[in-house]
Design a protein around this ligand. Structure first.
Ligand SMILES: *[C@@H]1O[C@H](CO)[C@@H](O)[C@H](O)[C@H]1NC(C)=O
Ligand SMILES: *[C@@H]1O[C@H](CO)[C@@H](O)[C@H](O)[C@H]1NC(C)=O
Ligand SMILES: *[C@@H]1O[C@H](CO)[C@@H](O)[C@H](O)[C@H]1NC(C)=O
Ligand SMILES: *[C@@H]1O[C@H](CO)[C@@H](O)[C@H](O)[C@H]1NC(C)=O
Length: 303
């Protein structure tokens, strides 16, 4: 049994006994504990009660995501990490996005958050002040800004997110050709890309920049970014064993390992991306200039 699971047992047992609760996938009937085991467990429970705080009792954790720079990936990674450490969805873990589509914003006071399309240097300043001495730990994926608009065009052009009234109002992108669609997405996504660039061009010391391209290109790349992330988030707040478990838990978000986990088909056809990319130089020059500047500030070659 893993250490994380082992730590949960006494609590499950108590819940089962006193509340006849069925917690997670473990029912009371499945586990017939003897007195000696109970004694052992109450001592573990005592240790547990006096054990160090959970990481989210120490810091606030903020995963930030930007449209077409791995939003779904970020949500999956964040949930996997904190779930593996025992955080409770909706209680310890919240989410907010902009606009706030139905069902996508909840638990704004939870210490672990995912913020989508809203984090900017100005918001960072406020969040830092609100966090006070506990401090924030912020992480997010950065992707080549031109790849983001190419991806947005291919994604919405094939009818994805008809409810998205910013990047695909009334499904309008389905009717657009590549140049028109690219230009449309580049305009619509300016605030998103601008805010991503502002946060990550020179990340503050409480903020980790993750590399979208590296994370998605191979499982080795995925693991090395996750090791970096886990080290940054927790330092010595979790054990080596927990660290290994958390890394393992993140791997379900690695589509090179688990292609079937892209359940809503976020991945675009490579042909569409290659064809659309050819139209980038033909975009209105002032708009293209802004994207070239974002690329440069983030260290990407013009593409
Ligand atoms: C970008 O940042 C500005 C300034 O904080 C904020 O008003 C805006 O809502 C943000 N937009 C997105 C899409 O991140
Ligand atoms: C970041 O730098 C500030 C000021 O130098 C310091 O007080 C703070 O502890 C640092 N935070 C982290 C997470 O290293
Ligand atoms: C790693 O995670 C998978 C589920 O994604 C689980 O089946 C497996 O038992 C885990 N391995 C370890 C060593 O924890
Ligand atoms: C996802 O969408 C792409 C682009 O339309 C398509 O090529 C691919 O077959 C789809 N994959 C699945 C699993 O539906």
């Amino acid at each position: 049994m893993s250490m994380l699971r082992a730590k949960c047992w006494p609590l499950l047992w108590l819940l089962c006994t006193y509340a006849s609760a069925v917690v997670a996938d473990v029912s009371c009937e499945e586990h017939d504990f003897h007195a000696t085991q109970f004694l052992q467990m109450t001592s573990i429970l005592n240790a547990e009660l006096h054990s160090p705080l959970k990481p989210w009792d120490v810091h606030y954790y903020l995963g930030v995501a930007y449209h077409k720079a791995g939003t779904y990936l970020m949500i999956q990674v964040w949930q996997s990490i904190f779930h593996a450490l025992g955080a409770k969805p909706l209680i310890d873990m919240g989410q907010w996005d902009q606009p706030c589509y139905p069902g996508t914003c909840y638990a704004p006071d939870a210490p672990i958050q995912v913020w989508i399309d809203l984090y900017s240097p100005a918001k960072a300043q406020k969040a830092r002040e609100a966090a006070g001495e506990r401090g924030l730990r912020v992480a997010g994926f950065v992707r080549d800004p031109v790849s983001m608009i190419v991806s947005a065009y291919c994604y919405h052009h094939r009818g994805k997110e008809l409810w998205n009234f910013v990047e695909n109002p009334q499904g309008i992108v389905a009717q657009m050709g590549p140049l028109e669609g690219l230009t449309f997405e580049a305009q619509r996504m300016l605030p998103v890309v601008k805010n991503m660039t502002g946060i990550f061009e020179h990340p503050a010391n409480d903020t980790l920049r993750l590399d979208y391209e590296r994370t998605t290109a191979s499982s080795d790349g995925f693991d090395s970014e996750m090791v970096k992330l886990i080290g940054f988030l927790f330092e010595d707040l979790i054990s080596a064993e927990e660290r290994a478990e958390v890394l393992n838990a993140t791997q379900r978000a690695d589509l090179n390992r688990h292609p079937a986990n892209d359940d809503d088909n976020h991945s675009n056809d490579p042909d569409c991306k290659a064809r659309t990319r050819e139209y980038v130089p033909a975009m209105p020059s002032d708009l293209l200039g802004q994207y070239r500047s974002f690329q440069q500030r983030l260290g990407y070659a013009p593409s």
